[in-house]
Design a protein around this ligand. Structure first.
Ligand SMILES: CC(C)(COP(=O)(O)OP(=O)(O)OC[C@H]1O[C@@H](n2cnc3c(N)ncnc32)[C@H](O)[C@@H]1OP(=O)(O)O)[C@@H](O)C(=O)NCCC(=O)NCCS
Length: 168
C-alpha cells in the first residue's frame, strides 16, 4: 500500500529518476537540507520498501494581488497575499501513469488546506516546467496567471472542494 511521509535519512534517494535531471538532483542533493533549514518540506511516496516512487515539495510564499487572474484582483486588498507554492512534483519514470502523480497532488492539496486552516492563504501556486506538466495541473482546476502561461494558481475554494472529494 502506498505511503506518503516526510523525506527522511532512511529513504533511498539514489535510484530516483523521473526523467527530469533538475528534479532528480533536487531530491538527491537539496530536499533534505532545505527541510532542515526550514526553506521547504518534501514528502515522498513509497510502497513496500524505502525506494522513492514520487515526491512533492511545498513552501510558503507571497503573491502580489496584481498577478492574480482578473476576477480575483477585486476580491483582495492591494498588497502581498499569503500562498503555498508547490515547488516540485515528480513520479519515478518506471511508475508514471499509475495514479501516483494524482495521489501526491491530493496529499499536497490536503496539507495546503491544513496550513490554510491554521494561518490563512489564498491558494496553491505552481510554476509548470512545460506545457505537458501544465496540462496535468489543469486537469485539477489550476488556472494560468496573466503574467506567464506556465505560472498556475488553484484558488482556496477549489482546493477545499478537491480536498473534500478525495477524503470522502
Ligand atoms: C507529471 C507527472 C507528475 C504525472 O504523474 P503520473 O503518476 O504519471 O500521473 P497519474 O498516473 O497520477 O495521472 C493522473 C491522471 O492525469 C493524466 N495525466 C498524466 N500526465 C498528464 C499530462 N502531462 N497531461 C495531461 N494529463 C496527464 C493521466 O492520464 C491520468 O488521467 P486518468 O485518471 O484519466 O487516466 C509525471 O509524469 C512526472 O513526474 N513527470 C516528470 C516531472 C514533471 O513534469 N513534473 C511536473 C513538475 S512541473
Amino acid at each position: 500500500m502506498p505511503v506518503i511521509a516526510p523525506l527522511s535519512r532512511e529513504h533511498d534517494r539514489a535510484g530516483f529518476d523521473c526523467g527530469v535531471p533538475e528534479l532528480n538532483v533536487f531530491l538527491k542533493a537539496t530536499a533534505r537540507q532545505h527541510g532542515e533549514k526550514g526553506i521547504s518540506r518534501t514528502f515522498v511516496l513509497t510502497e513496500e520498501d524505502t525506494r522513492i516512487l514520487g515526491f512533492f515539495t511545498l513552501t510558503l510564499g507571497e503573491i502580489q494581488v496584481d498577478r492574480l487572474p482578473a476576477g480575483y484582483v477585486k476580491k483582495y486588498p492591494a498588497h502581498g497575499l499569503p500562498a503555498v507554492r508547490l515547488g516540485r512534483l515528480a513520479v519515478s519514470r518506471r511508475h508514471q501513469g499509475k495514479g501516483y502523480g494524482e495521489l501526491l497532488l491530493a496529499e499536497a492539496i490536503h496539507r495546503t488546506i491544513i496550513i490554510a486552516d491554521h494561518a490563512g492563504l489564498i491558494g496553491l501556486f505552481v510554476d509548470a516546467k512545460d506545457d505537458n506538466a501544465k496540462s496535468f495541473y489543469e486537469r485539477y482546476g489550476f488556472m494560468p496567471l496573466p503574467s506567464h502561461p506556465l505560472h498556475l494558481f488553484l484558488p482556496i475554494a477549489t482546493l477545499r472542494t478537491a480536498d473534500g472529494r478525495s477524503n470522502s
